[in-house]
Design a protein around this ligand. Sequence first.
Ligand code: ADP
Ligand code: MG
Length: 328
Amino acid sequence: MLVGCEREADAALAFERFSGNTMGTTYHVTVVAQAQGEPLSLDSEAFKRGLDAELAQINQQMSTYIADSELMRFNRSPVGAWQSLSEPLAAVLAISRTVSERSNGAFDISVGPLVNLWGFGPEAEPEQVPSEEELLALRQRVGYRKLELDEQRARRLADIQLDLSAVAKGYGVDHIARWIESRGFENYLVEIGGEVYLSGVSPRGDAWRIGVEQPSLLQEGGRMALALSDIGMATSGDYRNYYERNGVRYSHTIDPRTGRPIVHKLASVTVLAETAAEADAWATALNVLGPEAGMAVAEREKLAVYMIVKAGEGYEDRFSSAFEPYRP
Ligand code: ADP
Ligand code: MG
């Protein structure tokens, strides 16, 4: 996972850390005082309650695990009928559409039925690998173009089932970042399930140090340490969420073009972007595209991207041009 590398002992600025569970994973928030010698003026208990309430609200809007979430109600709405949306849901659908269009459909929030078919959604893992017939049957119900957006409303043009898992954690991070800012703090870190936003300075008084983890769960620790400020970051990799059947590894990231889990030599892709939501969506999109096509799109879109690619027994690091300024 990602680690903010700082210890109480060498802290130059007062800070406080908060953590908990949300969106089926964990979150961490660090808030740092404005200047040296200044106390951190916040009521810890009220702050934690506020954080959890904000996160619960985002979950109630975007979760596929809550049957009456705004998203699940939208998924059940009559085909063709416009539905008005909360501002957060409308924002996430707009970001998703942009990344779908710019990634030539590699990112697609309508993959829900495929995610379930392959056993990664709210429904249980399948007894066997889906058949060609099952995959073909779902084609009519998948495709981001079957969702129409218009400012604060949207409608389903077919019986599609949206799944925001690949972008909602990033959006949640941005939402919490704005909430923390509205409370008057400029120095903070927000992380949900590995997606982060870093603002201002760390307790050490300079940029946040963030480690990008090793691509294998067997190798502990960071592979590369980055110094970052005022930026979102997300990592997508095949080593965290997958299952094995008859010696074959099935990733929870689905290639919408084939309807199947991705198979390629990209072990992990890290994206830096203005917002964590964009970084999150793009990390998944590039993970679908793979090392070659993904890097080509990263260059075209001027995205700051760091890829760890399987090479023989080991791994190889690759960087997009826009990532150069961030390399240690
Ligand atoms: P990772 O960190 O591996 O990118 P994310 O949690 O960001 O993981 O996204 C993976 C989840 O997104 C899957 O569990 C699935 O629900 C959904 N998903 C799978 N494939 C796609 C895709 N091509 N586009 C958008 N969402 C996807
Ligand atoms: Mg993602």
